[in-house]
Design a protein around this ligand. Structure first.
Ligand code: PLP
Length: 431
């Protein structure tokens, strides 16, 4: 992989802006799709929500990862977005995969990925899935309690086990430690039990919570993991891998987070220790690569003495790809893609939300539920009506994977792939 190529793009990442050529590609794909849809005549479904995915963005994120965390091998967390092309590119880039279920493992194995590139990172596993992974030769898996150890001893004693420890995830968007992770008070006993059961503990894992914002959480978790490595040695285990989990965001906080993690690793698990370091990033790789376009299907005018405002209803919502609002605590920002027959993507009019003079809108999903609201209040300098289009950037993480078909709306939306990086195109055999 060409790091100099990355360094050029890095300027854009640092500025919080997307690569200009990438923006243009995404814009063309959005425009080509929507400009010929006439809501007065189209067939049901033609005006459906759709994604544009820039695989080049995934490639840039990978280079950015390698630059900032060169010692840490990413195992992409498939749960975040199991899009087949995204997985294909990551497989070609040589990442591993963090899977949470049989279906995810099947999907990754179906790409021809070697079982050694998979970690079944679910501390509380289904019996039949454990038997399945045993039959497929997927050996790496996590545990955090004694019952699970006994289950593994019965079903798959040859498994390579990672003891998942508790972290302070209080600064994260989605807390995981309420549900998973062994406290440092319990790790010694668990290691003793693993020894007694003749199991093969090979590493320690943790997760600082999805969408973490406190780099200190990584430092503390690495320190705790170091303690557990020493405990394991006292039980006769020679641990060889540390798994630092996910939690990384794709915005500018990544460099800071990675910097703290890098120094913590260098201090507690220096390169000469020979310990392998892996991670399970999900959001970091998927979020910024996907842009979602939604059609305005209905509008309600709210007359007021001073000015009219509008409730607009789009054909995707909290029960669909905006499930991220509910489950992932996101606040997707609408931009105007097409209004009054004009495509505005990436123009000042699309980018502008005119807080003072603009027209006020609230944006609602298509279901009958009052909770299905995407935006309470946003102002645009343009008048929107039925048939117009909105777009939302950074919609790749925890969106389509947790969508439902509530009210009979489809959750299988088209994804139009573009690729703004020649390196990624070459890997995928695209021209
Ligand atoms: N690993 C595990 C075990 C997880 O539960 C999750 C998310 O829930 C991830 C990795 C991915 O986290 P993120 O998307 O924050 O990187």
């Amino acid at each position: 992989l060409d790091y100099t190529e990355y360094t050029n793009n890095h300027v854009f990442v640092q500025n919080g802006r997307k690569h200009d050529a990438a923006k243009q590609l995404i814009g063309n794909a959005l425009r080509d799709r929507v400009e010929n849809i006439d809501h007065e005549f189209c067939e049901p479904g033609e005006e459906d929500t759709f994604f544009v995915a820039d695989l080049g963005e995934v490639y840039r994120q990978h280079l950015r990862w390698k630059l900032n965390l060169p010692r840490v091998r990413p195992f992409y967390a498939v749960k975040c977005n199991p899009d087949p092309k995204l997985l294909e590119l990551l497989s070609a880039l040589g990442t591993g995969f963090d899977c949470a279920s049989k279906a995810e493992i099947e999907q990754v194995l179906g790409l021809g990925v070697d079982p050694s590139r998979i970690i079944y990172a679910q501390p509380c596993k289904t019996n039949s899935y454990v038997r399945y992974v045993a039959s497929q030769g997927v050996r790496q898996m996590t545990f955090d309690n004694a019952d699970e150890l006994r289950k593994i001893a019965r079903l798959y004693p040859e498994a390579e086990l990672f003891l998942r420890i508790l972290t302070d995830d209080s600064s994260s968007l989605c807390r995981l430690s309420l549900k998973f992770g062994a406290s440092l008070d319990s790790t010694d006993k668990l290691l003793a039990l693993a020894r007694e059961l003749g199991l093969n503990v090979v590493g320690v894992s943790f997760h600082v919570g999805s969408g973490a914002s406190d780099p200190g959480a990584f430092l503390k978790a690495v320190q705790d993991a170091h303690v557990v490595f020493q405990q394991a040695a006292s039980h006769g285990f020679c641990l060889r891998t540390l798994d630092v989990g996910g939690g990384f965001c794709s915005d500018r906080s990544f460099e800071k987070m990675a910097g703290v993690l890098r120094s913590a690793l260098d201090e507690y698990f220096p390169a000469h220790s020979g310990i392998n370091i892996i991670a399970e990033p999900g959001r970091y790789y998927a979020s910024s690569a996907f842009t979602l376009a939604c059609n305005i299907i209905a509008r309600r005018t709210i007359e007021d003495v001073s000015a009219a405002s509008y409730m607009v209803y789009v054909n995707d919502g909290l029960y669909g790809n905006f499930s991220s609002i509910m489950f992932d605590h996101q606040h997707p920002v609408a931009k105007v893609l097409r209004a009054g027959g004009r495509t505005l993507y990436n123009t000042p009019a699309a980018e502008a939300t005119d807080a003072v003079h603009g027209i006020e809108y609230s944006i609602w999903g298509p279901t009958c539920d009052g909770i299905d609201r995407i935006s309470e209040s946003i102002r645009f300098p343009v008048l929107l009506d039925v048939g117009d289009w909105l777009y939302f950037e950074d919609m790749g993480a925890y969106t389509m994977c947790s969508a439902t078909t509530f009210n009979g709306f489809t959750k299988d939306h088209d994804v139009i792939y573009v690729c703004s990086e020649p390196g990624a195109k070459a890997l995928l055999g695209l021209h």
